[in-house]
Ligand binder design. Sequence first.
Ligand code: CP
Ligand code: NVA
Length: 312
Amino acid sequence: MTLSTTPLRHFLDLKDFPYQTLRTILKLSADLKKRLAEGERPELLKDKVLAMIFERESTRTRVSFDVGMRQLGGQTIMLSGKEMQLSREETIADTARVMSRYVDAIIIRILSHDDLLELAGAASVPVINGLTQLSHPCQVMADILTYEEHRGPISEAKITWVGDANNVLASWIHATAIFGNTLNIAVPDAYGPSQGMLADIEKAGNKINLTDDPKAASEGADLIIADTWVSMGDKDADDRLRTLEPYRVDQDLMDLSAKGSLFMHCLPAHRGDEVSAQVMDGPKSVVFDEAENRLHVQKAILAWVFGIESLS
Ligand code: CP
Ligand code: NVA
């Protein structure tokens, strides 16, 4: 049983952190990536056990946390929400209290952000947000690492989001307030930001511009980002596909962006919907570097929640 007396290091949302903490995690990600390329797997979390609760589908988050924990010398237990007593109405808080007596940390993918917060509030081990309907902080950390590897400081980047106002965008809004990049958001009114997102946009000041015009938003962009038009939990797929049709990232849109611009997508992608195959598989696309970086960032986040901030 691990009952910590020091404050717990959860990783729930980027907006919870000062710039320096996120920089520490990004540096650790890059260092772990370099070490892995050199054939080294520092066992920073030897014999620690990570519980992985997935209420919803996942390929990247699930595999990168699982492999990342093993590369750090730890172990994982994969739990699908459906197989747990959670699906038979055991409370999230009781689940958190019990799991905290067995494992050293928990990562959870769960649609309800309130449930994530309830789990973290009741847990006595670190909790990591593996995506909720409101945010996807691990993804955006990997996106930032990827951008900086290709193009340098994110603070100087002019970034454009095209699509609907979803969880990944929410984490980009949080990141923008912290890292100081520019973020142009092109979304239709019908799928625009919630009140909560608007409040976060307000906090980022003049760094964020909101429009319904993808062309205007993409002019001179250093990075264009798309995501699926139908996120997990969205019930109105037909309407979304119709309404978001003008928000496809295609070659014409990319041609409006800066000469050295990049394209990112957290994946899974739907070629022909939110992105054309030409862009997705074209020379500006760094989507598979982005997916790979989930592994390196996940390892750094895992190390950080256990109090490790650098490699010796
Ligand atoms: N980008 C991402 O989180 O992918 P998965 O849904 O496959 O985990
Ligand atoms: N916005 C997408 C991200 C998937 C990784 C979703 O929530 O389904």
